[in-house]
Design a protein around this ligand. Structure first.
Ligand code: ADP
Length: 204
């Protein structure tokens, strides 16, 4: 995959406005909230609900959502292991740019491989918070908002995470949310409390 810089004669330009300057202006810290979990575990729902709360409190915030990104930036990628790796590599880079822009950016991708999530973490430093949306596959399958599990069981979707492709749960997630036993509101509350604890937010 595209690990090497192909172009020559390129120079890193230093910024006139730093992340710290932006954070000071925004009145909150920047962070990457990296939601990971099975399909239909609740990543998008929780990320969107967290964003709504943050926005209401005047925070600069954005959600990078799996399906949406696959309509544009990553529309050339499928679901083979190599394409999944490249998918997450690009998202990691984009998330790092949002972080540098002083924002609280959430990413809602299955991101099944530990190594790929760790690479994204390495781009974002100590403001990378891995949030494991923990939900048993039978609960995910019973929700199945997009009908994908049914299609996967019928053999219509190859390499479907949890059924015919692996999911590697985080070993050192900053936060684990049980999305089977907690309501969406409770899950959101846990994320906001974590951001307060880490000093990203000074007020609720
Ligand atoms: P993902 O982004 O992980 O694929 P989605 O957020 O698209 O998952 O879908 C999760 C589904 O489960 C939604 O229909 C949502 O309303 C439902 N749901 C029920 N309880 C919860 C919960 N506690 N947290 C998140 N989603 C929940």
């Amino acid at each position: 995959m595209a690990e090497q810089i192909k172009a020559t004669n390129i120079t890193w330009h230093h910024e006139t406005v730093t992340r710290a300057d932006r954070e000071k202006n925004n009145g909150h810290g920047a962070a990457v909230l990296w939601f990971t979990g099975l399909s239909a575990s609740g990543k998008s729902t929780i990320a969107q609900a967290v964003q709504a709360v943050l926005f209401e409190h005047g925070c600069q915030t954005y959600v990078l959502d799996g399906d949406n990104i696959r309509h544009g930036l990553n529309k050339d990628l499928g679901f083979s292991p190599e394409d999944r790796e490249e998918n997450i590599r690009r998202i990691g880079e984009v998330a790092a740019l949002f972080l540098d822009a002083g924002m609280i950016v959430s990413t809602a991708f299955i991101s099944p491989y530990r190594a790929d999530r760790d690479k994204a973490r390495s781009l974002c430093g100590d403001r990378f918070f891995e949030i494991f949306v923990d939900c048993p596959i039978d609960v995910c399958e019973s929700r199945d908002p997009k009908g994908l599990y049914q299609k996967a069981r019928d053999g219509k979707i190859p390499e479907f995470t949890g059924i015919s492709a692996p999911y590697e749960p985080p070993e050192n997630a900053e936060l684990i949310i049980n999305a089977a036993e907690n309501t969406v509101e409770e899950c959101v509350g846990k994320v906001i409390a974590y951001l307060q604890k880490r000093g990203v937010l000074t007020t609720g």
